[in-house]
Design a protein around this ligand. Structure first.
Ligand SMILES: [Zn+2]
Length: 438
């Protein structure tokens, strides 16, 4: 079985390009690219056999969820060139108490933040850096540096995988807009960190120009190699549910690559006979950075255009994006998955985090956006009481301690704090302490 994958135009223009080529836009229409697999060759293995193979790998020797699905991801990368930190295979947490409290039939949280650098970005970055590593080794590509614009997590993942491969990394960050934990990760891995006086969208404009000039290899999710790794989240969710799909998958969304990745994963699984239908998709946005929500409610999505907005400050800093690069992909994903778009205010996202934390989860603000949107859709009965729902948690809350503490100390903007929980200061007297136990 000879498997292969190439870059093709997302809109369908003619021509294909090897995955080892530094190309990010269609040369004919300037649109996004996508990775196309040889589905005929993949189809020579039955759905039953794919499931057996993937199950065997999950329980046996594989340490990477992404590369345990390697035939569906980047089939031509030899073992020696793979750069992995054991990403993927993250828990699908049954949030029973939260489900009961909010009136969900079944609610699961896909804990993507329990991975090496603490966010789902590892899934795409292992693929991108492995392909670059392979291309450099074989002489197909000369790379001065792999580079990205980032709201935090992307730069952490790129810096870690670049360091693991011994490849130079440059990251562009909006100065003062990422958490301390997110800033320190690329610094620690030896990446060159350039903090610019602009927002994420401003950094993205500059990184695209640097890539166009051939000065850097672009690692943002405009590069479809990232999507190939991220799509394994969809395959893992189905696998963890016994090769069935939930009724809904809810995902926090900024640049919208993740929505496209879910669609890519579920649709590939369906085409290859591994699942029999697609779940419905919820694109969950912060109300302060909501271009997709605005286009959805205005009914203009059919054109494929999502007008840019200027994203305002949000605790969900990783999705503070006003000009989402993967909007055309996400529009297609919404249509294919009969999806909806919802938004959450700062107070709603923070309360959703606090409520989830009270049930034993530890939710980062982006997961808070997704949980808040799921709750709103449940309240509107768009998500029904009997539905099985998976919320994708994209990062660990340990990266957002300032947010957590700010909530409980009631120091954040645009909040109500119904669940704030502050320490009670007492003298070291057993009788006084005893009065405060209940
Ligand atoms: Zn094209």
């Amino acid at each position: 079985m000879a498997l292969s994958a190439v870059f093709r135009c997302f809109r369908g223009c003619e021509g294909s390009f090897p995955l080892t080529q530094a190309i990010y836009r269609c040369p004919k229409c300037d649109g996004l690219l996508t990775v196309r697999h040889d589905m005929t060759a993949l189809g020579e293995i039955s759905g039953h056999d794919w499931k057996s193979m993937f199950d065997q790998r999950w329980s046996a020797t594989s340490s990477s969820g992404v590369w345990s699905k390697r035939e569906w991801v980047a089939p031509e990368i030899p073992d020696d060139d793979i750069v992995t930190t054991g990403e993927g295979m993250t828990p699908l947490y049954p949030a029973r108490r939260l489900a009961q409290e909010l009136g969900f039939g079944e609610l699961f949280v896909k804990q993507c933040g329990t991975t090496h650098t603490g966010s789902f970005k590892d899934l795409g970055m292992t693929v991108l850096v492995s392909v670059v590593n392979h291309a450099v080794k074989t002489g197909a590509l000369k790379v001065n540096a792999i580079a990205c614009a980032s709201t935090g997590d992307t730069s952490a993942a790129l810096a870690a995988y670049g360091a693991a491969a011994g490849l130079p990394v440059v990251v562009l960050l909006p100065r003062g807009m990422v958490s301390v934990a997110q800033l320190v990760q690329p610094l620690s891995h030896g990446a060159k960190v350039l903090a610019l006086d602009t927002d994420f969208d401003g950094c993205m404009t500059i990184i695209r120009e640097l890539a166009t000039r051939g000065l850097v290899y672009l690692a943002n999710s405009m590069n479809p190699l990232r999507i190939e790794g991220q799509k394994t989240v969809a395959i893992e969710i189905a696998q963890q549910l016994g090769w069935t799909v939930p009724d809904w998958v809810v995902i926090p969304s900024g640049n919208l690559g993740n929505s496209a990745a879910l669609w890519a994963g579920f649709s590939m699984a369906k085409e290859l006979g591994v699942i029999d239908k697609l779940p419905r998709l919820v694109i969950a946005q912060a109300a302060n950075a909501n271009p997709m929500y605005l286009a959805y409610t205005a009914g203009t999505l059919k054109t494929g255009e999502v007008p840019s907005v200027t994203a305002k400050a949000t605790q969900a800093s990783a999705i503070r994006i006003g000009a989402p690069v993967s909007a055309p992909r996400a529009v297609a994903a919404l249509e294919a998955m009969n999806g909806v778009v919802e938004q959450a205010t700062e107070a709603e996202l923070a309360d959703a985090c606090a409520r989830a934390d009270r049930s034993g989860l530890y939710a980062d603000p982006h997961t808070g956006v997704a949980l808040a949107c799921a709750r709103k859709l449940r309240d509107k009965n768009i998500i029904r009481a009997t539905d099985r729902v998976v919320v994708v948690s994209t990062a660990t809350a340990l990266k957002f301690t300032e947010f957590k503490l700010g909530y409980h100390e009631k120091k954040l903007a645009e909040m109500d704090y119904p669940l704030a929980n502050t320490p009670i200061e007492l003298p070291p007297d057993v009788d006084v302490v005893a009065k405060h136990l209940a």
